[in-house]
Design a protein around this ligand. Structure first.
Ligand SMILES: OC[C@@H]1[C@@H](O)[C@H](O)[C@@H](O)c2[nH]c(CCc3ccccc3)c[n+]21
Length: 447
């Protein structure tokens, strides 16, 4: 048995998001979000599931914080539901909504757990969507106003802020592929939305600096690792496009102040281009204090003309897949992290999401999710490799604390280290919870 020790003060944590766990969709003045509308629209979410109740975490702060305390985490990543703060997106502040987050943050601090707050994890106020949503540049300023309210309310209590969760999902997945709310299928709109999200991020970071806030701020893109099946030029180019759509398209503006030329050219071929105004890229490239990285999967890619949006096709290598169908590709974790450092420099990185979907159920009071333990073990080993290779890694938050509303998959896909019975809302720590508890307690991985 080998013991892989993690750095002293390495911050172990776990993560959730407001629409996926809170429920209480219309309690205490909360306004409608685009995910309430989307999930209430027949055919959009598997089994007609909605986030109306979810894990009912809105009413279970003490129970959930007790689980976090038992787990022994240093940090807990959650998101604030914009429609709880400003039911119409702007205008009247909803104090009961704000009070919920004060109760949550106070309970975390009392348990000696660092809040890691995501300002936007996809639940846009419907009132703003009705005025164009993220496709309307005015939403950028409404977002900065919402963020500023939280900065003023929680300065000194929340010291770790993430502006936007996964711009690729909010733009491409939700407005070109149409799989998530609001479900548009328009590439030009999706590129404009991606640009507006990056502007909202940059302006929010500027405001954070102007307010002289305590703590640190960053953004949490999802990344993918796609390698060419062969060294043939067409395979290399196809893999680069698959990575570029997810990684460079957002990371280059954030760290280099420009979109990647090879992807701009590709999108032009698809009939779309980004509308950039003179000051935009300087605003987007605001220096950040850390980069959040969400990593789940990767693939080998081979060129196939006309396949998908990038003339690339994943090669079926016969790898194990999780219960949501994603390839288990642990070495991609190491590769993307070392690539990030080579490309963008020594930016401090937190893994803000990494985890696996396995739908194990409770049997005799236990959940033997050994496949999730194997997934986490393999990925934490690659994380340890990245640290040993000099990647500036500050912490790791597994997705997710508990089974929750998995977007278009509803409750059919379980990512939690705690099982949730969605009839009774009873939480049951899984075997992976106990395993992770030991990793945290000893700050090491036994392989
Ligand atoms: O799908 C598992 C988690 C979600 O529950 C989180 O809310 C979200 O931040 C998140 N991102 C990813 C990777 C990007 C992705 C999301 C959904 C569907 C396909 C890819 C996986 N996850």
């Amino acid at each position: 048995m080998q013991k892989l020790i993690f750095p002293e003060h390495f911050q172990w944590g776990t993560a959730t998001a407001s629409y996926q766990i809170e429920g209480a969709w219309n309690a205490d003045g909360r306004g409608l979000s685009i995910w309430d509308v989307f999930s209430h629209t027949p055919g959009k979410v598997k089994n007609g599931d909605t986030g109306d109740v979810a894990c009912d975490s809105y009413h279970r702060i003490d129970e959930d914080v007790a689980l976090l305390q038992k787990l022994g985490v240093k940090v807990y990543r959650f998101s604030v539901a914009w429609p709880r703060i400003y039911p119409e997106g702007t205008g009247t502040l909803n104090k009961p909504g704000l009070d919920y987050y004060h109760r949550l943050v106070d309970a975390l601090l009392a348990a000696d757990i660092e809040p890691f707050c995501t300002l936007y994890h996809w639940d846009l106020p419907q009132a703003l969507q009705e005025k164009g949503g993220w496709d309307n540049r005015e939403t950028i300023d409404h977002f900065v106003h919402y963020a500023e309210t939280l900065f003023q309310q929680f300065n000194g209590k929340i010291k770790n802020w993430i502006t936007i969760n996964e711009p690729w999902c909010v733009s491409i997945l939700s407005n070109y592929l149409g799989a998530h709310a609001p479900g548009n299928q328009d590439l030009q709109m999706a590129l404009d939305i991606g640009h507006h999200l990056l502007l909202a991020h940059g302006k929010t970071v500027q405001r954070f600096r102007q307010l002289n806030m305590e703590g640190q701020i960053g953004i949490a893109p999802n990344v993918s690792w796609n390698e060419p099946y062969s060294n043939r030029e067409e395979d290399v180019a196809a893999a680069r496009r698959m990575r570029g759509a997810c990684n460079e398209w957002f990371l280059d503006p954030l760290f280099k102040g420009s979109y990647p030329d090879f992807m701009v050219a590709w999108y032009q071929k698809m009939g779309a281009s980004v509308n950039i105004q003179p000051e935009d890229m300087a605003i987007i490239q605001q220096p950040i204090d850390f980069l959040g990285i969400n990593y789940y999967t990767g693939s080998l890619v081979t060129y196939k003309q006309g396949e998908g949006d990038y003339d690339g096709e994943d090669v079926e290598e016969g790898r194990e897949r999780t219960d949501i169908g994603w390839n288990i590709y642990p070495e991609g974790f190491y590769n993307v992290l070392t690539w990030l450092t080579e490309q963008y420099g020594d930016v401090p990185i937190y893994i803000t999401e990494n985890g696996a979907c396995y739908n194990d159920e409770v049997q005799n009071g236990k959940v033997a999710d050994t496949r999730r333990i194997a997934y986490l073990q393999k990925h934490l080993l690659q994380l340890h490799r990245a640290i040993a290779s000099g990647v500036n890694m500050k912490g790791y938050m597994t997705w997710s604390l508990m089974d929750n509303f998995e977007w278009a998959e509803g409750y059919s896909k379980r990512f939690g280290i705690v099982h949730v019975n969605f009839e009774t809302l009873v939480r049951t720590p899984k075997q992976s919870f106990e395993w992770y508890q030991q990793v945290i307690a000893h700050n090491r991985l036994e392989v």
